[in-house]
Design a protein around this ligand. Sequence first.
Ligand code: FNR
Length: 386
Amino acid sequence: ARLQTYLCLNDFERAARRRLPRPLFGYIAGASETNASLRYNAEDFDAYAFQPRVLRDVSGRSTATTLLGQTYDAPFGIAPMGISALMAYRGDIRLAEAAKECRIPMIVSGSSLIRMEEIAAAAPGSWFQAYLPGEPDRIDALVERAERAGFPTLVLTVDTAILANRENNVRAGFSTPLRPGLGLAWQGITHPRWTVGTFLRTLALHGVPHFENSYATRGAPIISPSVMRDFGRRDHLNWVHLERIRKRWPRTLVVKGIMHPDDALRAHELGVDGVIVSNHGGRQLDGTMSPLSALPGIVERVGDRTAVMIDGGFRRGTDVIKALALGARFVFVGRPFLYAATVAGSHGVERAVEILQSEIHRNMALLGVSAVGDIQREHIVRRGRA
Ligand code: FNR
């Protein structure tokens, strides 16, 4: 019943800000350097306005969406987010279970603190996101592991050759490895619900969290300096490696972090099944254009041949509908779902999904469409122009 007081996705951010220690909230909310891309992601939806159609009998409307051979209940899913289990108790599993319950896809992060096999067993149908280095042996090992775990879709994130300058994390006292100290202890004392419900409960039942799904041979605990070894030779990764991954991975392959039409075309030509247009939620190269503004060019180049998906700044049903009108097949949402998991576990995530889905359902009626596939370019205009 309490969850009914959350009326839109941003309500979960306010609640999570109160509940989480400052460094952890800052890690989720923040981006890189000046946060320019984070702002572009939020603002660029305003570049478009709707031009609704009327008298179209929308009584049979549905948000059901077919993507890559699979039917989902809504045209959005949950983006991969690392170390979620530090924010919410067993966070990745809570997110995956909620997604399964709501029949939408959830992407397990390659930087998660729970073994991919366990998440796949708890919520079959989840996708797996990999970070991979330019090292064939390590590529093969992780790809084979994901295949054995049964994931139907592998998502390769390619916008993270190195980690960006996340000044805000430093200022908020967040680091990997986590450095226990007085500051962190004070945060723990002043945020007891997180400390008891997430942190101590995790320690007591599962021990110190480790990175479990990285390509590093042995998972490193998040308080050990060796976690940074994890990056290894990621900055060596190139198109030849992608070709290798395509040959080794027999199921659906998606590349996340594409921003240029030529890169989308090249991925398509290598046999990739879909791309996620993304600037990593503004967390990598600061000043990168918003995915929404990159979308039309990419759709024009490959939209008829490959599944073009998108993420970054989607908070409203109307945001999702604008991207679909510009030719995206599917949208992923990150931060709000992690906030929802920190506030109320899988029930929180289910409430967040319900909110976004009902916004889309309602707005489709007001726009004059009954099916997600009927949302077209003609339903939006550039603001200020005819
Ligand atoms: C991320 N993102 C991310 N992406 C990825 O491919 N692997 C990862 O492990 C992570 N980790 C991660 C952690 C946190 C806390 C955030 C907020 C984001 C990026 C994520 O998948 C997605 O691209 C953006 O978050 C989408 O933007 P919004 O919806 O958060 O604005």
